[in-house]
Design a binder for this molecule. Structure first.
Ligand code: B12
Length: 209
């Protein structure tokens, strides 16, 4: 069986050791890292997401799948990064308050870093105050927010409102992403932009920096 298919299957089964082993082999076989990511790791996570939605998988299994995904991510992270590029701009990134989903946010952070942006990663469950304060003290040009839950996406609006209240719109732009949000939601809350994935975020930031 195709090794990328095997990676995807082992994510679905939540076997972090197997995913580590197979990802190592895929890297040794010189399969392009973007292909390992898209057709192996992300493909597996998409299947898990679909099964979770259909109640064919439950939370403990999703947690195991997330752990397996991270086992693969840790191996490809250094390959997505390149430290020879000068830093283009600073981006404060995090998952909003009440939301613990951080796989997508981590991936976007890695891809932006690989494309030459300086990333300040605040982790998950980040309050609006923390986003804005950090961007101010670090002199960051962008705040990137992730939300995977419909219940946590309104926190993004709090950040946008806070920036407006402090008249920082000229200095700090807001970028939103995550399965719960969309371009129309970005427009609705007045965020600067919505990006559907890491590559799209890189493309967008490169186009304006
Ligand atoms: C893994 C997972 C979990 C794991 C998270 C582990 C972790 N460390 O992240 C665990 C088991 C902890 C979990 C818990 C819960 N989860 Co959950 N989870 C998922 C699942 C299956 C996959 C998410 C994922 O990692 N995808 C892979 C990554 C790579 O994709 P991504 O996050 O979408 O990110 C990409 C883009 O969105 C974008 N992006 C993401 N962030 C950002 C940020 C910026 C700035 C930009 C530009 C782009 C960007 O780029 C990324 C790369 O392509 C999704 C299903 C789904 N379809 O999303 C459900 C899902 C998000 N979970 C869901 C739910 C309901 C929950 C729980 C409430 C369940 C419960 N009853 O307790 C809890 C909430 C916990 C909390 N407070 O956060 C629902 C949300 C429904 C909703 N509409 O609100 C989903 C959609 C499942 C479903 N269909 O029902 N979950």
């Amino acid at each position: 069986m195709d090794i990328l298919q095997q990676i995807s299957d082992q994510i679905d089964l939540g076997d972090d050791e197997k995913v580590h082993e197979l990802t190592t082999t895929a890297i040794e076989q010189k399969i392009p890292v973007k292909k390992i990511l898209d057709e192996g790791l992300l493909q597996g996570m998409n299947i898990v997401g679909q099964k979770f939605k259909e109640h064919k998988l439950f939370l403990p299994e999703v947690l195991m799948a997330a752990k397996a995904m991270n086992a693969g991510m840790e191996l490809i992270k250094p390959l997505l990064l390149s430290d020879s590029i000068p830093m283009k701009a600073k981006v404060v990134i995090g998952t909003v308050r009440g939301d613990l989903h951080d796989i997508g946010k981590n991936l976007v952070g890695v891809m932006l870093k690989g494309a030459g942006f300086e990333i300040i990663d605040l982790g998950n469950d980040v309050t609006p105050e923390k986003f804005v304060e950090t961007a101010k003290t670090e002199g960051a040009e962008f705040i990137g927010m992730s939300a995977l839950l419909t219940t946590t996406m309104p926190v993004m609006k709090e950040v946008v409102d806070q920036i407006r209240k402090e008249n920082l719109e000229e200095k700090i732009q807001t970028l939103i992403g995550g399965a719960a949000v969309s371009r129309s939601y970005a427009e609705e809350i007045g965020a600067t932009a919505y990006c559907y994935d890491g590559s799209n975020a890189v493309e967008y930031l490169n186009s304006i920096v």
